[in-house]
Design a protein around this ligand. Sequence first.
Ligand code: AMP
Length: 201
Amino acid sequence: MRLVLLGPPGSGKGTQAAVLAEELGIPAISTGEIVRAQIAAATEAGRQAEVYSSAGELVPDELTVAMLATRLAEADCRGGYLLDGFPRTLGQAERLHDHLAAAGLSLDGVLELVVDEDEVVRRLGARRVQVDGAWVTRDDDRPDTVLRRMQVYRELTAPLSDFYAAAGLLRRVDAHGEVAEVTARLRAALPPAAAPGGSGG
Ligand code: AMP
């Protein structure tokens, strides 16, 4: 089962992806986490990606696709995965389609978390992450960078909603409210074979 979770920064994608993937028994794969891990490990890819990511810009498609392809080739992805934060451009969506089609596969569904922009700016302003035991603000959660990330989302990523709707794959889900409420809405929006207890595959 191959799923994409779409939504602006601060829509709760990471949290929801982890919960849903666990329920479905597939890995949640976050390109943001892959990028941060490469930066932390000071790899060549990490050094290239950091220039963009610290400014709230997207990492170029070539680099992002290469990092993701490496992850998708790992054994735990054979039975499917839930992508969090990828694709983020039409070019990436096309690359993903081609990558799957080459193996005779396709996406099973795309779930979009829909949330007001005021709400995501508020959530990101309040977000803290744990680094080496201390709670800190992520570099790209600083106010100026958040505004840039939202602008990038509107311009480059939001068009994916119509793209996947036209492909008949999209389900939109209201992302306001408690985490558990949103998870329940997502669960109800899963394609039938992906629903927990469904036939799977
Ligand atoms: P995230 O944790 O998903 O908000 O991602 C953090 C940062 O990593 C983004 O602001 C981008 O700089 C980079 N990034 C993550 N996923 C992608 C992607 N699919 N394409 C380009 N850049 C990405």
